[in-house]
Design a protein around this ligand. Sequence first.
Ligand SMILES: Cc1ncc(COP(=O)(O)O)c(C=O)c1O
Length: 409
Amino acid sequence: MGLILHGDEAAVTPMRPQVKTDQSADSSLDQAARQKLGELERAHLRRSLVETARTDSIWVVRNGRRLLSFSCNDYLNLAQHPAVKRASIEAIARHGVGAGASRLVTGNHPLFRDLETRLARLKQTEAVCVFGSGYLANTGTIPALVGPKDLVLVDELAHACLWAGARLTRGTVLAFRHNNVGHAEALLAQHRDRHRHALIATDGVFSMDGDLAPLPDLAAAARRHDAWLMADDAHGIGVIGGGRGSTFAHDRAADVPLQMGTLSKAIGSYGAYLAASRPVIDLVQNRARTLIYSTGLPAAVVAASIAALDLIERDPAYATLPVEKAKAFTRLAGLPPAQSPIVPVIIGQAEAALAASRLLEQEGFLVIPIRPPTVPDRTARLRLSFSALHPGAEIERLAEIIRARILTR
Ligand SMILES: Cc1ncc(COP(=O)(O)O)c(C=O)c1O
C-alpha cells in the first residue's frame, strides 16, 4: 500500500511538532521583531488576527459573541449562496482540489475559459486574464506593461497593490492628488515627454473612502497625453454601473483600456481579472510574473465565481441594494451621500477609532477600525461596508449610535 491513504483507510498518527526548548537566548531577529512590535503598540497601531467565523452572510462569531458585521466585502452575500456553494462542491468532485501547476503549465483547467468569457462579456472587452488574487493581478500586470523608461502616475489614495505594482516597474512613479484630474494632467505635461510610455493607475471605487474615480475625465486626460489608464475595480464589479463596475457608472462608458477587478468582494469568491484588448492580454500572459510563477486558482473557486456572475446577470436589481443601503445609512447618520457600498466615518486618531469600534461592538455591531498606514495619518476611521441583506432596522440603529455617540465626541 502506498503512503497516502484515502477515506476510512486513513488511520493516521498525528506528527508531533519539534519544540525548541531553549528559550533563554533571544536572537537578534526576535529582538528586532519585539522592538518593532513595541513601537506599533505604543502608537496604537499593532494588529492581531482575531478568529472570525462567518456563520451566515451577515453575522459573524468573534471572541464568543455573535455580531452583525459591517466589515465584510461580500456585498451581495454570495459567499454563502446555495447555488454558489453547490457549483464549488461540484467542481471539486469533478476537477479535484488544487490546480496542480501554474496556468501556463497544466493548471489551466477548463473552467477558466468559461469565467474569462463571461467577464469579457460583462466588461465589454476583447479578452480577460484571471489571476490568483487582486494583489497578484496588480503586481503582475503593471510591470508586464510598463518598464524603467516609463512614467506611472498613481492616485495618492490608490490601493497598496497598485502602488506595489507601480514600484516594481522601476520607472518614474509619481502620486497625483486624490481624484484631482488637473494635478494628474499637470504632472503629465511636466514629465510625459521624457518617458517612452505613461500609465495612470487609480482605484475605480476607493477601498477606504468609498468614492468613485472620475474615470471619464481621467480617460480624456490620458488620451490628450498618450497615457494608458488602468482602473482597479475591486469594489465596483457587481455593485456599481448595473453590476458591470465603475467604468459603467457614468452617463457613458469611460474609455479604460485596462480594467482590473477582484472576484473576492461582491462576487463572493476569490481571484482577480484584467479585462483588456486581445494583444494586451496575450502580452500579460507572457510577461506577468505573478501569473507565470504562481499556481492557478482551484477549480472550486473559479466555479463559484461563474455561478455568482450568473446570479448577478439574472437579477440586476439585486446588485443595486448595497449602494441603496449605504445611501440610507448616510442620510440617517447625516453624512455625505454614499457613492458605493463603502462608507468611511473619519475619526482621526487611531486610539479614538479603536474606542469607537469597541463601543459599536458592545451594541452588537462589528465595524473594524482602519488605521495608518492603511489610511493617511490622523484619518483613522470606521469603514462600513453595506450588503444587500443588511436589515433596514439595524442600519437605522447603527446610524443613530454613530450620529449621537461617535460623531458628536
Ligand atoms: C482596491 C483593491 N485592490 C486590490 C485588492 C486586493 O485584492 P485581493 O484581496 O484579491 O488580493 C483589494 C483588497 O483586497 C482592494 O481593495
